[in-house]
Design a protein around this ligand. Structure first.
Ligand code: NAG
Ligand code: NAG
Ligand code: NAG
Length: 505
Protein backbone atom coordinates (compact mmCIF):
# COMPACT_ATOMS: atom_id res chain seq x y z
CA UNK A 1 0.00 0.00 0.00
CA UNK A 2 2.76 2.38 0.96
CA UNK A 3 4.57 1.63 -2.28
CA UNK A 4 1.38 2.19 -4.20
CA UNK A 5 0.81 5.59 -2.67
CA UNK A 6 4.36 6.68 -3.21
CA UNK A 7 4.37 5.64 -6.84
CA UNK A 8 1.08 7.40 -7.35
CA UNK A 9 2.64 10.58 -6.06
CA UNK A 10 5.61 9.85 -8.19
CA UNK A 11 3.59 9.76 -11.37
CA UNK A 12 1.28 12.61 -10.48
CA UNK A 13 4.24 14.74 -9.53
CA UNK A 14 6.34 13.77 -12.50
CA UNK A 15 3.70 14.48 -15.14
CA UNK A 16 2.87 17.88 -13.63
CA UNK A 17 6.56 18.66 -13.76
CA UNK A 18 6.93 17.50 -17.36
CA UNK A 19 3.98 19.71 -18.35
CA UNK A 20 5.58 22.76 -16.82
CA UNK A 21 8.95 21.93 -18.37
CA UNK A 22 7.33 21.38 -21.78
CA UNK A 23 5.48 24.67 -21.46
CA UNK A 24 8.91 26.28 -21.75
CA UNK A 25 9.75 26.02 -25.43
CA UNK A 26 13.42 26.70 -24.73
CA UNK A 27 13.73 23.04 -23.75
CA UNK A 28 13.12 22.31 -27.43
CA UNK A 29 16.10 24.40 -28.39
CA UNK A 30 16.63 23.37 -30.98
CA UNK A 31 16.60 19.63 -31.23
CA UNK A 32 13.40 18.42 -29.63
CA UNK A 33 12.90 14.70 -30.17
CA UNK A 34 16.45 14.25 -31.41
CA UNK A 35 17.81 11.85 -28.77
CA UNK A 36 21.42 12.87 -29.16
CA UNK A 37 20.77 16.58 -28.70
CA UNK A 38 17.38 17.05 -27.08
CA UNK A 39 16.69 18.09 -23.58
CA UNK A 40 14.77 15.10 -22.33
CA UNK A 41 12.14 16.81 -20.21
CA UNK A 42 10.94 13.47 -18.82
CA UNK A 43 14.46 12.79 -17.56
CA UNK A 44 14.71 16.29 -16.12
CA UNK A 45 11.43 15.73 -14.32
CA UNK A 46 12.69 12.40 -12.90
CA UNK A 47 15.68 14.32 -11.61
CA UNK A 48 13.14 16.48 -9.85
CA UNK A 49 11.12 13.57 -8.48
CA UNK A 50 12.94 13.29 -5.19
CA UNK A 51 12.20 16.86 -4.16
CA UNK A 52 8.62 16.43 -5.41
CA UNK A 53 8.26 13.38 -3.20
CA UNK A 54 9.55 15.33 -0.25
CA UNK A 55 6.71 17.76 -0.76
CA UNK A 56 4.08 15.06 -0.66
CA UNK A 57 5.33 12.87 2.18
CA UNK A 58 4.91 13.90 5.79
CA UNK A 59 8.49 14.44 6.92
CA UNK A 60 7.66 14.54 10.65
CA UNK A 61 8.29 10.83 11.17
CA UNK A 62 11.78 11.03 9.71
CA UNK A 63 14.03 12.21 12.49
CA UNK A 64 17.73 12.17 11.82
CA UNK A 65 20.91 13.40 13.36
CA UNK A 66 21.81 16.55 11.51
CA UNK A 67 24.88 16.10 9.36
CA UNK A 68 26.28 18.48 6.77
CA UNK A 69 24.29 18.25 3.55
CA UNK A 70 22.73 20.51 0.99
CA UNK A 71 19.59 21.10 3.05
CA UNK A 72 21.46 20.18 6.23
CA UNK A 73 19.47 16.97 5.95
CA UNK A 74 16.33 18.55 7.27
CA UNK A 75 13.69 17.21 4.90
CA UNK A 76 11.18 19.84 5.87
CA UNK A 77 13.58 22.28 4.31
CA UNK A 78 13.69 20.50 1.00
CA UNK A 79 11.94 22.01 -1.93
CA UNK A 80 10.64 21.05 -5.32
CA UNK A 81 10.83 24.50 -6.86
CA UNK A 82 13.21 27.30 -6.06
CA UNK A 83 11.64 29.68 -3.56
CA UNK A 84 14.42 32.10 -2.67
CA UNK A 85 13.58 34.49 -5.44
CA UNK A 86 14.63 35.00 -9.02
CA UNK A 87 16.33 37.76 -10.94
CA UNK A 88 14.83 38.68 -14.30
CA UNK A 89 18.33 39.53 -15.48
CA UNK A 90 17.57 40.52 -19.08
CA UNK A 91 14.09 42.03 -18.94
CA UNK A 92 11.56 40.55 -21.38
CA UNK A 93 11.15 40.05 -25.11
CA UNK A 94 8.54 38.83 -27.56
CA UNK A 95 8.57 37.62 -31.12
CA UNK A 96 7.17 35.78 -34.11
CA UNK A 97 3.70 37.31 -33.83
CA UNK A 98 0.83 35.41 -35.43
CA UNK A 99 -2.77 36.62 -35.44
CA UNK A 100 -3.74 34.85 -32.20
CA UNK A 101 -0.45 33.85 -30.60
CA UNK A 102 3.00 35.15 -29.83
CA UNK A 103 6.25 33.96 -28.23
CA UNK A 104 7.11 35.60 -24.88
CA UNK A 105 10.63 35.42 -23.48
CA UNK A 106 12.46 36.13 -20.25
CA UNK A 107 15.32 34.80 -18.19
CA UNK A 108 14.83 33.89 -14.52
CA UNK A 109 18.07 33.30 -12.68
CA UNK A 110 17.65 31.89 -9.18
CA UNK A 111 18.78 34.22 -6.40
CA UNK A 112 20.80 32.66 -3.58
CA UNK A 113 19.26 31.97 -0.20
CA UNK A 114 20.22 34.21 2.73
CA UNK A 115 22.98 31.71 3.54
CA UNK A 116 24.28 31.90 -0.03
CA UNK A 117 22.91 28.59 -1.36
CA UNK A 118 21.91 28.19 -4.98
CA UNK A 119 19.69 25.36 -6.20
CA UNK A 120 21.29 22.10 -7.14
CA UNK A 121 20.37 20.85 -10.58
CA UNK A 122 17.30 18.95 -9.43
CA UNK A 123 15.45 22.12 -8.47
CA UNK A 124 13.66 24.04 -11.23
CA UNK A 125 12.71 27.69 -11.15
CA UNK A 126 9.02 28.39 -11.72
CA UNK A 127 7.70 31.55 -13.35
CA UNK A 128 4.17 32.53 -14.27
CA UNK A 129 3.24 34.79 -17.14
CA UNK A 130 0.29 37.02 -17.93
CA UNK A 131 -0.66 38.81 -21.11
CA UNK A 132 -3.50 41.30 -21.49
CA UNK A 133 -4.61 44.48 -23.17
CA UNK A 134 -4.07 46.78 -20.19
CA UNK A 135 -0.77 47.75 -18.64
CA UNK A 136 -1.83 46.65 -15.14
CA UNK A 137 -2.64 43.18 -16.55
CA UNK A 138 -5.82 43.23 -14.45
CA UNK A 139 -7.74 40.81 -16.64
CA UNK A 140 -5.23 38.69 -18.52
CA UNK A 141 -6.21 37.04 -21.78
CA UNK A 142 -3.72 34.21 -21.29
CA UNK A 143 -1.61 33.12 -18.34
CA UNK A 144 0.26 30.07 -17.15
CA UNK A 145 3.29 28.68 -15.40
CA UNK A 146 6.52 27.28 -16.79
CA UNK A 147 9.70 25.85 -15.34
CA UNK A 148 13.23 26.66 -16.31
CA UNK A 149 16.51 25.09 -15.23
CA UNK A 150 20.24 25.53 -15.65
CA UNK A 151 20.02 23.14 -18.66
CA UNK A 152 18.74 26.03 -20.77
CA UNK A 153 20.57 28.86 -19.05
CA UNK A 154 17.40 29.75 -17.08
CA UNK A 155 15.75 31.10 -20.22
CA UNK A 156 11.96 30.99 -20.52
CA UNK A 157 10.06 30.93 -23.77
CA UNK A 158 6.30 30.41 -23.79
CA UNK A 159 3.67 30.72 -26.46
CA UNK A 160 0.79 32.95 -25.41
CA UNK A 161 -2.37 31.88 -27.23
CA UNK A 162 -6.03 32.83 -27.60
CA UNK A 163 -5.15 36.43 -28.46
CA UNK A 164 -7.08 38.85 -30.67
CA UNK A 165 -5.61 39.68 -34.09
CA UNK A 166 -3.95 43.03 -34.80
CA UNK A 167 -4.01 44.00 -31.13
CA UNK A 168 -1.53 45.61 -28.79
CA UNK A 169 -0.70 43.61 -25.65
CA UNK A 170 1.20 43.97 -22.38
CA UNK A 171 2.88 41.02 -20.67
CA UNK A 172 4.86 40.21 -17.56
CA UNK A 173 6.57 37.29 -15.82
CA UNK A 174 6.39 36.73 -12.05
CA UNK A 175 8.16 34.35 -9.67
CA UNK A 176 5.57 31.60 -8.88
CA UNK A 177 6.70 31.49 -5.26
CA UNK A 178 6.76 35.22 -4.62
CA UNK A 179 4.33 37.50 -6.47
CA UNK A 180 6.27 40.62 -5.53
CA UNK A 181 9.18 39.55 -7.75
CA UNK A 182 8.13 40.56 -11.24
CA UNK A 183 9.78 41.31 -14.54
CA UNK A 184 9.34 44.63 -16.32
CA UNK A 185 6.07 44.85 -18.29
CA UNK A 186 6.69 44.23 -22.00
CA UNK A 187 4.70 45.55 -24.94
CA UNK A 188 3.92 43.47 -27.97
CA UNK A 189 1.26 42.95 -30.62
CA UNK A 190 -0.39 40.36 -32.78
CA UNK A 191 -0.72 40.74 -36.54
CA UNK A 192 -3.85 40.85 -38.67
CA UNK A 193 -5.56 37.58 -39.63
CA UNK A 194 -4.81 36.14 -43.01
CA UNK A 195 -8.00 37.36 -44.71
CA UNK A 196 -8.07 40.92 -43.34
CA UNK A 197 -8.29 43.28 -46.35
CA UNK A 198 -5.00 45.10 -46.93
CA UNK A 199 -6.46 48.53 -46.18
CA UNK A 200 -7.76 47.37 -42.79
CA UNK A 201 -4.47 45.87 -41.55
CA UNK A 202 -3.08 47.68 -38.49
CA UNK A 203 -6.40 49.43 -38.03
CA UNK A 204 -5.91 51.10 -41.42
CA UNK A 205 -2.60 52.70 -40.44
CA UNK A 206 0.62 51.90 -42.30
CA UNK A 207 2.41 48.85 -40.90
CA UNK A 208 5.99 49.84 -40.07
CA UNK A 209 8.93 47.48 -39.89
CA UNK A 210 12.17 48.55 -38.20
CA UNK A 211 14.91 46.58 -39.96
CA UNK A 212 18.34 45.83 -38.48
CA UNK A 213 21.46 43.82 -39.23
CA UNK A 214 25.10 43.61 -38.23
CA UNK A 215 24.96 44.87 -34.65
CA UNK A 216 28.38 44.51 -33.09
CA UNK A 217 28.44 45.26 -29.36
CA UNK A 218 32.22 45.46 -29.20
CA UNK A 219 32.33 48.02 -32.05
CA UNK A 220 29.99 50.73 -30.76
CA UNK A 221 26.65 51.79 -29.32
CA UNK A 222 23.19 50.43 -29.99
CA UNK A 223 21.54 53.86 -30.27
CA UNK A 224 19.77 52.72 -33.46
CA UNK A 225 17.81 50.16 -31.43
CA UNK A 226 17.06 52.85 -28.84
CA UNK A 227 15.91 55.34 -31.44
CA UNK A 228 13.62 52.83 -33.13
CA UNK A 229 12.10 51.84 -29.78
CA UNK A 230 11.81 55.30 -28.21
CA UNK A 231 11.28 57.60 -31.14
CA UNK A 232 9.42 55.70 -33.88
CA UNK A 233 6.14 53.85 -34.01
CA UNK A 234 7.61 50.73 -35.64
CA UNK A 235 5.22 47.82 -35.26
CA UNK A 236 7.63 44.93 -35.76
CA UNK A 237 11.41 44.78 -35.38
CA UNK A 238 13.05 42.62 -38.05
CA UNK A 239 16.64 41.47 -37.62
CA UNK A 240 18.37 40.11 -40.72
CA UNK A 241 21.32 38.57 -38.92
CA UNK A 242 24.66 39.25 -37.31
CA UNK A 243 22.72 39.93 -34.14
CA UNK A 244 25.91 38.97 -32.32
CA UNK A 245 29.51 38.71 -33.49
CA UNK A 246 31.52 35.70 -32.39
CA UNK A 247 34.84 37.53 -32.76
CA UNK A 248 36.86 39.14 -29.95
CA UNK A 249 36.91 42.65 -31.48
CA UNK A 250 38.40 45.61 -29.72
CA UNK A 251 35.68 46.84 -27.37
CA UNK A 252 37.77 47.44 -24.27
CA UNK A 253 38.40 51.14 -24.98
CA UNK A 254 34.65 51.84 -24.92
CA UNK A 255 33.94 49.54 -21.98
CA UNK A 256 32.50 46.83 -24.21
CA UNK A 257 35.23 44.18 -24.06
CA UNK A 258 34.14 40.66 -24.89
CA UNK A 259 35.71 37.23 -24.44
CA UNK A 260 39.22 37.33 -25.89
CA UNK A 261 38.84 34.43 -28.32
CA UNK A 262 36.36 33.21 -30.89
CA UNK A 263 33.19 31.71 -29.45
CA UNK A 264 33.10 27.94 -29.54
CA UNK A 265 31.18 26.37 -26.67
CA UNK A 266 27.54 26.59 -25.63
CA UNK A 267 28.63 28.64 -22.63
CA UNK A 268 30.47 31.06 -24.91
CA UNK A 269 27.43 31.69 -27.10
CA UNK A 270 25.08 32.06 -24.13
CA UNK A 271 27.45 34.46 -22.43
CA UNK A 272 27.80 36.58 -25.59
CA UNK A 273 24.04 36.74 -26.20
CA UNK A 274 23.54 37.68 -22.55
CA UNK A 275 26.23 40.33 -22.72
CA UNK A 276 24.63 41.94 -25.77
CA UNK A 277 21.30 41.98 -24.00
CA UNK A 278 22.73 44.03 -21.13
CA UNK A 279 22.71 46.97 -23.54
CA UNK A 280 19.82 49.18 -22.36
CA UNK A 281 18.77 50.17 -25.90
CA UNK A 282 18.66 46.59 -27.12
CA UNK A 283 16.87 45.51 -23.97
CA UNK A 284 14.28 48.26 -24.33
CA UNK A 285 13.79 47.46 -28.02
CA UNK A 286 13.00 43.84 -27.12
CA UNK A 287 10.72 44.97 -24.33
CA UNK A 288 8.79 47.35 -26.63
CA UNK A 289 7.87 45.37 -29.72
CA UNK A 290 7.78 41.88 -31.20
CA UNK A 291 10.88 40.83 -33.14
CA UNK A 292 11.18 38.57 -36.16
CA UNK A 293 14.75 37.39 -36.61
CA UNK A 294 17.03 35.12 -38.60
CA UNK A 295 20.61 34.28 -37.83
CA UNK A 296 23.54 34.86 -40.13
CA UNK A 297 27.19 33.95 -40.33
CA UNK A 298 28.26 35.59 -37.12
CA UNK A 299 25.89 33.54 -35.01
CA UNK A 300 28.39 30.74 -35.54
CA UNK A 301 31.47 32.12 -37.26
CA UNK A 302 32.37 34.20 -40.31
CA UNK A 303 31.25 33.12 -43.81
CA UNK A 304 29.40 29.98 -42.84
CA UNK A 305 28.17 27.29 -45.21
CA UNK A 306 26.77 23.82 -44.57
CA UNK A 307 30.10 22.22 -43.62
CA UNK A 308 32.26 25.03 -42.35
CA UNK A 309 33.13 28.66 -41.93
CA UNK A 310 36.19 30.70 -42.73
CA UNK A 311 37.33 30.08 -39.16
CA UNK A 312 36.72 26.36 -38.86
CA UNK A 313 35.59 23.54 -41.07
CA UNK A 314 34.74 19.88 -41.14
CA UNK A 315 35.13 19.68 -44.88
CA UNK A 316 38.03 17.72 -46.26
CA UNK A 317 39.64 15.75 -43.49
CA UNK A 318 36.49 15.17 -41.46
CA UNK A 319 36.68 17.49 -38.50
CA UNK A 320 39.48 19.95 -39.14
CA UNK A 321 40.18 21.83 -35.98
CA UNK A 322 40.14 25.58 -36.16
CA UNK A 323 42.31 28.09 -34.31
CA UNK A 324 39.51 28.30 -31.73
CA UNK A 325 40.09 24.64 -30.97
CA UNK A 326 36.49 23.72 -31.72
CA UNK A 327 35.04 21.55 -34.45
CA UNK A 328 32.71 23.31 -36.82
CA UNK A 329 29.85 20.92 -36.06
CA UNK A 330 30.20 21.46 -32.32
CA UNK A 331 30.34 25.21 -32.76
CA UNK A 332 27.33 25.16 -35.02
CA UNK A 333 25.21 23.16 -32.61
CA UNK A 334 26.32 25.34 -29.70
CA UNK A 335 25.56 28.58 -31.56
CA UNK A 336 22.21 27.35 -32.84
CA UNK A 337 21.13 26.06 -29.47
CA UNK A 338 22.02 29.25 -27.61
CA UNK A 339 20.26 31.31 -30.29
CA UNK A 340 17.04 29.35 -29.84
CA UNK A 341 17.29 29.74 -26.07
CA UNK A 342 17.87 33.47 -26.11
CA UNK A 343 15.77 34.69 -29.06
CA UNK A 344 11.97 34.90 -29.07
CA UNK A 345 11.79 32.77 -32.21
CA UNK A 346 9.47 29.87 -32.99
CA UNK A 347 10.88 26.49 -33.83
CA UNK A 348 8.95 25.84 -37.02
CA UNK A 349 9.75 22.18 -37.54
CA UNK A 350 10.99 20.12 -34.63
CA UNK A 351 12.08 17.38 -37.03
CA UNK A 352 14.27 19.72 -39.08
CA UNK A 353 16.97 20.79 -36.73
CA UNK A 354 18.21 23.87 -38.50
CA UNK A 355 15.05 25.19 -40.07
CA UNK A 356 14.31 28.79 -39.20
CA UNK A 357 12.89 29.79 -42.58
CA UNK A 358 9.25 30.67 -42.05
CA UNK A 359 6.48 32.90 -43.33
CA UNK A 360 4.25 35.52 -41.73
CA UNK A 361 0.94 36.23 -43.47
CA UNK A 362 -0.07 39.70 -42.30
CA UNK A 363 -3.61 40.13 -43.59
CA UNK A 364 -3.82 40.63 -47.33
CA UNK A 365 -1.20 43.33 -47.00
CA UNK A 366 2.01 41.34 -46.97
CA UNK A 367 3.70 37.98 -46.74
CA UNK A 368 6.96 38.40 -44.81
CA UNK A 369 9.10 35.38 -45.71
CA UNK A 370 12.18 34.98 -43.57
CA UNK A 371 14.91 32.89 -45.22
CA UNK A 372 18.07 31.19 -44.03
CA UNK A 373 20.68 31.90 -46.66
CA UNK A 374 23.53 30.91 -44.40
CA UNK A 375 23.40 27.80 -42.31
CA UNK A 376 20.63 25.66 -43.65
CA UNK A 377 22.06 23.75 -46.58
CA UNK A 378 24.39 26.10 -48.36
CA UNK A 379 27.03 24.94 -50.82
CA UNK A 380 30.66 25.97 -50.43
CA UNK A 381 31.26 29.69 -50.07
CA UNK A 382 34.24 32.03 -50.21
CA UNK A 383 36.45 31.10 -47.27
CA UNK A 384 39.41 33.26 -48.19
CA UNK A 385 41.85 30.49 -49.01
CA UNK A 386 39.64 29.31 -51.88
CA UNK A 387 39.13 32.73 -53.47
CA UNK A 388 41.32 32.62 -56.57
CA UNK A 389 41.96 36.32 -56.98
CA UNK A 390 42.96 37.14 -53.46
CA UNK A 391 45.46 34.30 -53.34
CA UNK A 392 46.35 33.49 -56.94
CA UNK A 393 49.15 31.09 -56.10
CA UNK A 394 47.41 29.33 -53.24
CA UNK A 395 46.07 25.80 -52.91
CA UNK A 396 44.93 23.40 -55.58
CA UNK A 397 41.44 23.41 -54.03
CA UNK A 398 38.29 24.46 -55.86
CA UNK A 399 38.16 28.20 -56.37
CA UNK A 400 34.82 29.59 -55.46
CA UNK A 401 34.90 32.22 -58.19
CA UNK A 402 34.70 29.52 -60.86
CA UNK A 403 31.58 28.07 -59.23
CA UNK A 404 29.43 31.20 -59.30
CA UNK A 405 27.51 30.20 -62.44
CA UNK A 406 27.31 26.50 -61.64
CA UNK A 407 23.67 25.58 -62.23
CA UNK A 408 23.31 22.93 -59.51
CA UNK A 409 24.81 25.20 -56.93
CA UNK A 410 22.45 26.12 -54.10
CA UNK A 411 22.47 28.83 -51.50
CA UNK A 412 19.21 27.83 -49.85
CA UNK A 413 19.14 24.05 -50.19
CA UNK A 414 16.46 22.30 -52.24
CA UNK A 415 13.84 22.07 -49.47
CA UNK A 416 13.96 25.74 -48.67
CA UNK A 417 14.05 26.76 -52.33
CA UNK A 418 10.92 24.75 -53.08
CA UNK A 419 9.24 26.14 -49.99
CA UNK A 420 10.03 29.71 -51.11
CA UNK A 421 8.57 29.16 -54.59
CA UNK A 422 5.43 27.63 -53.06
CA UNK A 423 5.16 30.47 -50.55
CA UNK A 424 5.44 33.09 -53.31
CA UNK A 425 2.74 31.27 -55.32
CA UNK A 426 0.43 31.06 -52.33
CA UNK A 427 1.02 34.69 -51.52
CA UNK A 428 -0.05 35.70 -55.02
CA UNK A 429 -3.03 33.36 -55.11
CA UNK A 430 -4.32 34.52 -51.73
CA UNK A 431 -4.21 38.08 -53.02
CA UNK A 432 -1.53 39.56 -50.74
CA UNK A 433 -0.47 42.96 -52.07
CA UNK A 434 3.24 42.73 -51.10
CA UNK A 435 5.86 40.02 -50.68
CA UNK A 436 8.85 40.86 -48.52
CA UNK A 437 11.78 38.46 -48.26
CA UNK A 438 13.84 38.96 -45.09
CA UNK A 439 17.23 37.39 -45.64
CA UNK A 440 20.85 37.74 -44.70
CA UNK A 441 23.03 38.58 -47.69
CA UNK A 442 23.04 41.03 -50.60
CA UNK A 443 20.72 39.79 -53.34
CA UNK A 444 21.37 42.28 -56.11
CA UNK A 445 24.39 42.12 -58.39
CA UNK A 446 26.97 44.41 -56.84
CA UNK A 447 30.42 45.31 -58.07
CA UNK A 448 32.24 47.38 -55.48
CA UNK A 449 35.51 48.94 -56.59
CA UNK A 450 35.88 46.21 -59.18
CA UNK A 451 35.33 43.33 -56.81
CA UNK A 452 32.44 40.96 -56.31
CA UNK A 453 31.40 39.37 -53.04
CA UNK A 454 31.24 35.66 -53.82
CA UNK A 455 29.86 35.04 -50.35
CA UNK A 456 26.68 36.94 -51.34
CA UNK A 457 24.08 35.90 -53.96
CA UNK A 458 26.65 36.96 -56.59
CA UNK A 459 28.42 33.69 -55.80
CA UNK A 460 25.23 31.66 -56.37
CA UNK A 461 23.81 33.25 -59.51
CA UNK A 462 21.74 30.35 -60.79
CA UNK A 463 19.94 30.09 -57.47
CA UNK A 464 19.18 33.81 -57.75
CA UNK A 465 18.07 33.40 -61.36
CA UNK A 466 15.70 30.59 -60.41
CA UNK A 467 13.97 32.91 -57.95
CA UNK A 468 13.78 35.81 -60.41
CA UNK A 469 12.55 33.45 -63.17
CA UNK A 470 9.86 32.19 -60.85
CA UNK A 471 8.68 35.73 -60.17
CA UNK A 472 8.72 36.66 -63.90
CA UNK A 473 7.20 33.43 -65.18
CA UNK A 474 4.38 33.47 -62.68
CA UNK A 475 3.83 37.23 -62.90
CA UNK A 476 4.34 37.67 -59.16
CA UNK A 477 4.77 41.39 -58.59
CA UNK A 478 5.45 43.73 -55.65
CA UNK A 479 8.28 41.62 -54.25
CA UNK A 480 10.92 43.30 -52.09
CA UNK A 481 14.10 41.60 -50.93
CA UNK A 482 15.61 42.90 -47.67
CA UNK A 483 19.27 42.05 -47.11
CA UNK A 484 21.69 42.28 -44.21
CA UNK A 485 25.45 41.70 -44.10
CA UNK A 486 26.62 44.70 -46.15
CA UNK A 487 27.18 47.41 -43.48
CA UNK A 488 25.80 49.97 -45.94
CA UNK A 489 22.50 51.17 -47.33
CA UNK A 490 21.79 50.18 -50.93
CA UNK A 491 18.58 50.29 -52.93
CA UNK A 492 18.42 48.49 -56.27
CA UNK A 493 15.89 47.48 -58.87
CA UNK A 494 16.27 43.75 -59.21
CA UNK A 495 16.49 42.50 -62.77
CA UNK A 496 17.06 39.11 -64.31
CA UNK A 497 20.09 38.93 -66.57
CA UNK A 498 19.42 36.48 -69.36
CA UNK A 499 22.79 35.75 -70.92
CA UNK A 500 24.73 33.45 -68.76
CA UNK A 501 28.01 34.05 -70.56
CA UNK A 502 28.18 37.71 -69.63
CA UNK A 503 27.10 37.38 -66.04
CA UNK A 504 30.62 36.63 -64.90
CA UNK A 505 31.67 40.18 -64.05
C1 NAG B 1 20.06 40.90 -11.30
O1 NAG B 1 20.70 40.87 -12.58
C2 NAG B 1 21.25 42.10 -12.98
C3 NAG B 1 21.73 41.92 -14.42
O2 NAG B 1 22.62 40.84 -14.52
C4 NAG B 1 22.37 42.49 -12.05
O3 NAG B 1 22.88 43.74 -12.42
C5 NAG B 1 21.79 42.58 -10.63
O4 NAG B 1 22.83 42.85 -9.72
C6 NAG B 1 21.11 41.27 -10.25
N1 NAG B 1 20.42 41.45 -8.97
C7 NAG B 1 20.64 40.66 -7.94
C8 NAG B 1 19.84 40.95 -6.73
O5 NAG B 1 21.43 39.73 -7.98
C1 NAG C 1 13.88 59.99 -28.39
O1 NAG C 1 13.15 59.61 -27.25
C2 NAG C 1 13.84 59.88 -26.03
C3 NAG C 1 13.05 59.21 -24.90
O2 NAG C 1 11.70 59.57 -24.96
C4 NAG C 1 14.01 61.38 -25.88
O3 NAG C 1 14.69 61.66 -24.67
C5 NAG C 1 14.81 61.88 -27.06
O4 NAG C 1 14.91 63.28 -27.01
C6 NAG C 1 14.18 61.46 -28.39
N1 NAG C 1 15.10 61.79 -29.46
C7 NAG C 1 14.71 62.33 -30.60
C8 NAG C 1 15.79 62.61 -31.62
O5 NAG C 1 13.55 62.58 -30.84
C1 NAG D 1 39.65 24.24 -43.93
O1 NAG D 1 40.00 23.24 -44.87
C2 NAG D 1 40.86 23.68 -45.92
C3 NAG D 1 41.03 22.57 -46.91
O2 NAG D 1 41.52 21.42 -46.28
C4 NAG D 1 42.18 24.18 -45.32
O3 NAG D 1 43.02 24.68 -46.35
C5 NAG D 1 41.87 25.32 -44.34
O4 NAG D 1 43.04 25.76 -43.72
C6 NAG D 1 40.88 24.85 -43.29
N1 NAG D 1 40.54 25.98 -42.47
C7 NAG D 1 40.60 25.97 -41.15
C8 NAG D 1 40.30 27.23 -40.46
O5 NAG D 1 40.87 24.96 -40.53
Amino acid sequence: MWRFIVSLFFFAGASAIVDKLDKNLAFRSPFFDEPQFAHDTAAISRRNTQPARRDTVDAAQFKDEPYPGFFTSDFSNAISIWSSGVNFTHSVASGDPFDTSIILWTRAEPLPTSSGQLPDQSVPVCVSFKIGTTQDLGSPVDSGEAFTTYDIDFTVKVEATGLKPDTKYFFQFVDCTNPTIASPVGMTRTVASINTPAEQVNGGKPLTLAVFSCSQFQAGWFNAYGFAAHNTTADIFVHLGDYIYETPGNGAHIGRAVLGRELATIHDYRQRLGQYRTDPDLQFAHQSAPWITVWVCHIIANNGWKAGTSDSNDSTAGCTFSPSGACFTDRKLAGVRAYHEWMPIRQVDAGDQLRIWRNFQIGKLVDLSMLDTRNYNRDLTDLGYNHARKHPSSSPCVVVVSLADESRRSLMGANQEKWLMDTLDQSKSRGAVWRVLGQQIVFTQLIQEGSIDFDAWDGYRENRNRILDHLYNNKIDNTIVLSGDSHANWVSDLARKYTRSNTRD
